[in-house]
Write a protein that binds this ligand. Structure first.
Ligand code: PAF
Length: 285
């Protein structure tokens, strides 16, 4: 196993590597991450390697998408471990810029996204999608990849990225990949590390409740009652605050009462110190 993954830390070095590949006629894929990599991230890298000749993964814990009271400082960081995992998954280059490279002194530009960024995580974390849009736009313009791969686990984030990439005419194809789950259904997430053993045993109830609710909705079940059923199941399983359980249009993320077109059932709920998010597709009833 080759663990000597090349690392670049500046925009100039990243661009030089990508330009050299382009000179050889190679296609380039980007997998943006915040590190603390798990098998879900590595699945993105493997998909990227199917779509392009060279894969760049970025590891950057983006301060712009955390509010002051959130977990920026304690977000797990392990660059050496991440580099070894990326190399084993077929990544060719790690881009790990320091904060000052991404946001130089005096940086004063923000990006505001409406549409799919409204409600859901956008309501509970008002700073979040602006911060994601800013860093992903910068990563796209820094690396200029042909394609970038993101997980459907962060479904609202994926739709927001698709929206601003179209709106800003950024010539990058945005590819979504199905959520990677543990055997018991829990979606892989770097924040699962915050769960105690007892909470970890309860956590799969989020996916079970969503999957059963999606079947009920696809079978014509009444939206309000089905969503309330999910909330009750989460409470019974020991979850704390439920930030949302909502049915949305799968493409625009507009709220819908029933799945007349492909829809998405999305939820976010707290279990101890971990805020878990998950979502499942709901086919038209
Ligand atoms: O999903 C993530 O890990 C982050 O939000 C992203 C897309 C890398 C932007 O910082």
């Amino acid at each position: 196993m080759d663990t000597a993954l090349p690392v670049v830390r500046s925009v100039a070095d990243l661009r030089a590597r990508v330009a050299a590949w382009r000179g050889e006629g190679l296609r380039v894929a980007l997998v943006p991450t915040m590190g603390a990599l798990h098998d879900g991230h590595l699945a993105l890298v493997r998909r990227a390697a199917e779509l392009a000749d060279r894969v760049v993964a970025s590891v950057f814990v983006n301060p712009a998408q955390f509010a002051p009271h959130e977990d920026f400082d304690r977000y797990p960081r392990d660059e050496a471990g991440d580099a070894a995992k990326l190399a084993s998954a077929g990544c060719h280059l790690l881009y790990a810029p320091p904060v000052r490279e991404m946001y130089p002194e005096g940086a004063a530009t923000t990006i505001a996204v409406a549409g799919p960024a409204e409600g859901l995580c956008g309501a509970v974390r008002p700073h979040f999608f602006g911060g994601v849009a800013l860093v992903v736009t910068k990563l796209f313009l820094q690396a200029l990849p042909d394609v970038a791969v993101f997980g459907e686990k962060d479904y609202q984030q994926l739709q927001v990225i698709r929206r601003f990439t179209r709106d800003l005419d950024i010539p990058v194809r945005v590819e979504g990949l199905a959520t990677v789950r543990e055997a018991d259904g829990l979606a892989l997430s770097s924040r699962n590390a915050y769960l105690t053993a007892d909470e970890r045993a309860r956590a799969p109830e989020l996916h079970r409740a969503l999957a059963e609710a999606a079947s009920a909705l696809a079978g014509g079940g009444e939206g309000g009652a089905v969503l309330e059923g999910v909330r009750q199941r989460l409470a019974a399983a020991g979850f704390g605050t439920v930030d949302y359980v909502e049915l949305r249009d799968a493409d625009t993320l507009a709220p819908v009462a029933r799945a007349e077109r492909p829809a998405r059932l999305l939820a976010a709920a707290w279990l101890g110190k971990a805020r878990l998010i998950d979502n499942v597709p709901v086919p038209p009833a």
